[in-house]
Design a protein around this ligand. Structure first.
Ligand code: AMP
Length: 583
C-alpha cells in the first residue's frame, strides 16, 4: 500500500512456472492431485520414503540430494542413494537401542550431516524427530526435552558437555545420547554415533507409518506458559511437497537453498523435507550469516531458488555491497522470505539489487507449511504476504464474547487471521496440552493468533500479533520463558518482558525488573542479570536490554501488564487501565 505493485514476466525463464494462473490453479486444485503425484514405495505413508527412498529407487538415485558447505568451504555431498543408505543405518541404530514407533528423538547440533541423517532415519523408524536450536541455553533445552518426553538425543560432545550434562538428572526418560563427533562410546547410554553407524547395516524396511501418525514435534512459544510442542503427522508431507511446487516453484534441476536452521520449523519443513520431496539438490551452509559468504554461495553453488528471512535481508541491505554488480547471480530465479514482516523496501531492494523481487510468504509452526504466499507469476504488492495457497481457505474473522465467530468479507478491515483447518499439515495437537490446542479452534476456523486484513483482490496484509509473543531475528520468544528465568535470580522480585521494535531484528527482547527489598539497582547488577539470563537461556532467547523499576504494573489478579510496559516504553497511549492494580 503506497508502493507500486511489481509485475512479473517469466518470458526469459529457463523453466515454465508450476503455477501459471493463480485463480485457475486454486479452482481446480484438490489434495488428491498431490496424492496421485506422491507415489509411496511402502504401505502407508512415511515422510522419509517420499523424501528419500522414492528417489533412491529411481533414476534420480545418483543426483545430489544434500550439499553441505563446511565452515572452511569444504563440500560434502550426499546423493539420494547415499542418503537412503545412511538413514537406513541410523534407523537400525535406533532399532538396536530399542527405540520404537512414536518415541521421541531430539537433535541438538549445528547444521551438520548427522542432523539430517538422524531426522530422516528417525522418521524411517516410525519415531518422532524434534530438532532443537543449538544456540539455546540449558533451560530452553530442558523445558522442551522434558515436555517432549525425549528418549534419545543426538548432539555433539561440546554441546553435550556445555548444555546437557547438568540436566541429565532432571530428564529421567532420556535413555540414549548419541554423540555425532565422538570416536568412542563414553559410557553406557552415551554412545559414539559414528561407531554405532558403522556397526549398523544399511538395509532397513521403513516402518509403515500411517498418514495420521506423529512424525515431527516443533516447539513454539506461548505467552502464558512454557513452550508448546506442536504435533505434525506424516501426511504433512503433502503440504511440504505442494508448497514447494506451487510457491517455491521447484523443478528437478533446481539448486535450492533454505537458510533457516532446522531448530525452527522452516529449517525442517523447507530445509530438510520439502526440497527432497522434489528430488532437487539442497544446499546447507554450516556457517552463520556473513554477507560476502552468502553472496558467494549464491554465485558458486549456482543457487536457483533461495528461501531466506527478513532479518537476513535487512542485514544485507544495510551493507555497501552491490550484489548484482559484484557477484554472478545469474542463476537465481526466485527469492522467497518468511518468518516476520518483510518491509516493502526489502521487496523493492531485491528487485533493484538482486535483479529479483523478494516473495514474502506467511505461515507458522502450527500450520506446518506455507499458507499465504506471493507466487512467481503473480503481481507482488510490496508489504503484502500474498494470497492463500491452493487447497487452503484463509479469512479475516472477528470473535464475539458469546463464542460465535463472524467472517469479515469487506476488504480493508482488520481482524483475526483464521484458516479452515482441513489441510494436511495443520498441527494435530500440542503435546500434553489438549486444552490449549482446543482453544485455537473456534467454529470452523483455526485462529492463528495473528491480526491481518485482506484487500479487495484477496491479498493479505499482516497487522501484528494478538498476543505478547516476541519475534526477534525471526525467532519466536516467549516473554514468560524469559521472565521465569530472570525470576530464578535471588535479587529479582518481578520480571516483565516485552519486544521492543528494532529496525534490524524486528523486535529486541527487553526485560523490566523489580528487585527484592534490600537490593539496589546498579549497573553491575544489571550486567549480572543479563549474564545470568544469557547463561540460562542462550543468546537467541535472552534479553538484550534490562531496566529496573520500583514495581511493575499488574492487573488486579496479579498478572504483569506487558502491554502497558510496552506502551510506556514506546511513549504510546496506555489504553484501558481498568484492570490495573493501583495500590
Ligand atoms: P513460527 O511459529 O516461529 O514460525 O512463527 C510464526 C509467526 O511468525 C506468525 O504467526 C507471524 O506472527 C510471524 N510471521 C511469519 N511469517 C510472517 C510474514 N511473512 N509476515 C509477518 N509475520 C510473519
Amino acid at each position: 500500500m503506497g508502493w507500486s505493485p511489481i509485475e512479473k514476466s517469466f518470458k526469459n525463464w529457463r523453466v515454465k512456472p508450476n503455477l501459471q494462473n493463480y485463480e485457475e490453479t486454486r479452482r481446480i486444485f484438490s489434495w488428491a492431485e498431490i496424492d496421485a503425484e506422491l507415489k509411496a514405495t511402502i504401505e502407508g505413508l512415511n515422510i522419509a520414503d517420499i523424501a528419500v527412498d522414492r528417489h533412491a529407487k529411481s533414476d534420480r538415485a545418483d543426483h545430489i540430494a544434500l550439499r553441505f558447505l563446511r565452515k572452511n568451504w569444504d563440500v560434502q555431498d550426499f546423493t539420494y542413494r547415499d542418503l537412503a543408505l545412511q538413514t537406513n543405518q541410523f534407523a537400525n541404530v535406533l532399532k538396536t537401542l530399542g527405540v520404537g514407533k512414536g518415541d521421541r528423538v531430539f537433535a541438538l547440533t549445528g547444521r551438520i550431516p548427522s542432523l539430517y541423517i538422524a531426522a530422516l532415519g528417525t522418521l524411517k523408524n516410525g519415531s518422532v524427530i524434534c530438532p532443537l536450536f543449538s544456540a539455546f541455553g540449558p533451560e530452553p533445552i530442558y523445558q522442551r526435552m522434558n515436555r517432549g518426553d525425549a528418549k534419545v538425543l543426538v548432539t555433539t560432545t561440546a554441546l553435550y558437555q556445555q548444555k546437557v550434562v547438568a540436566l541429565r538428572d532432571r530428564l529421567p526418560k532420556l535413555q540414549h545420547i548419541l554423540l555425532a563427533d565422538s570416536a568412542d562410546h563414553l559410557e553406557d547410554g552415551i554412545w559414539s554415533l559414528p561407531k554405532l553407524m558403522q556397526a549398523a547395516t544399511s538395509e532397513f524396511e521403513i516402518v509403515s507409518t500411517q498418514p495420521e501418525d506423529m512424525a515431527l514435534l516443533h516447539f513454539t512459544s506461548g505467552t502464558t506458559g512454557m513452550p508448546k510442542g506442536a504435533i505434525h503427522v506424516h501426511k504433512a508431507v503433502y503440504a511440504h511437497y505442494m508448497t514447494a511446487k506451487y510457491v517455491l516453484d521447484l523443478h528437478p534441476d533446481d539448486i535450492f537453498w533454505c537458510t533457516a536452521d532446522p531448530g525452527w520449523v522452516t529449517g525442517t519443513s523447507y530445509g530438510i523435507i520439502a526440497p527432497l520431496t522434489h528430488g532437487v539438490t539442497s544446499i546447507i551452509d554450516e556457517a552463520e550469516f556473513d554477507a560476502d559468504r552468502w553472496y558467494r554461495i549464491l554465485e558458486t553453488q549456482k543457487v536457483t531458488v533461495w528461501y531466506t528471512a527478513p532479518t537476513a535481508i535487512r542485514r544485507l541491505m544495510r551493507l555497501d555491497i552491490d550484489p548484482k554488480a559484484e557477484y554472478d547471480l545469474s542463476h537465481l530465479r526466485l527469492v522467497h522470505s518468511v518468518g516476520e514482516p518483510l518491509n516493502p523496501e526489502a521487496v523493492v531492494w531485491g528487485q533493484e539489487k538482486l535483479g529479483l523481487p523478494i516473495h514474502d510468504n506467511w505461515w507458522q509452526t502450527e500450520t506446518g507449511g506455507i499458507m499465504i504466499a506471493n507466487y512467481a507469476t503473480m503481481q507482488i504488492r510490496p508489504g503484502s504476504m500474498g494470497r492463500p495457497i491452493p487447497g487452503v481457505e484463509a479469512a479475516i474473522v472477528r470473535r464475539h464474547e458469546d463464542g460465535t465467530i463472524e467472517q469479515i468479507d469487506q476488504p480493508g478491515i482488520d481482524g483475526d487471521l483464521a484458516l479452515k483447518p482441513d489441510f494436511p499439515s495443520i498441527f494435530r495437537g500440542y503435546l500434553h496440552d489438549e486444552e490449549r490446542y482446543r482453544k485455537c479452534f473456534v467454529g470452523d476456523w483455526y485462529i492463528t493468533g495473528d491480526l491481518a486484513m485482506r484487500d479487495r483482490d484477496g491479498y493479505f496484509w499482516f497487522m501484528g500479533r494478538e498476543d505478547d509473543i516476541i519475534k526477534t531475528s525471526g525467532h519466536m520468544v516467549s516473554p514468560f520463558e524469559v521472565e521465569s528465568a530472570l525470576m530464578e535470580h535471588p535479587a529479582v522480585a518481578e520480571a516483565g518482558v516485552i519486544g521492543k521494535p528494532n529496525p534490524m531484528i524486528g523486535e529486541l527482547v527487553k526485560a523490566f525488573v523489580a528487585l527484592k527489598p534490600g537490593r539496589e539497582p546498579s549497573e553491575a547488577l544489571k550486567l549480572e542479570l543479563l549474564g545470568f539470563a544469557r547463561q540460562k537461556l542462550g543468546a537467541a532467547v535472552a534479553p538484550k536490554e534490562l531496566e529496573f523499576q520500583e514495581s511493575l504494573p499488574k492487573t488486579r489478579s496479579g498478572k504483569i501488564m506487558r502491554r502497558l510496559l510496552k506502551a510506556r516504553e514506546l511513549g504510546l497511549p496506555e489504553g484501558d487501565l481498568s484492570t490495573l492494580e493501583t495500590n
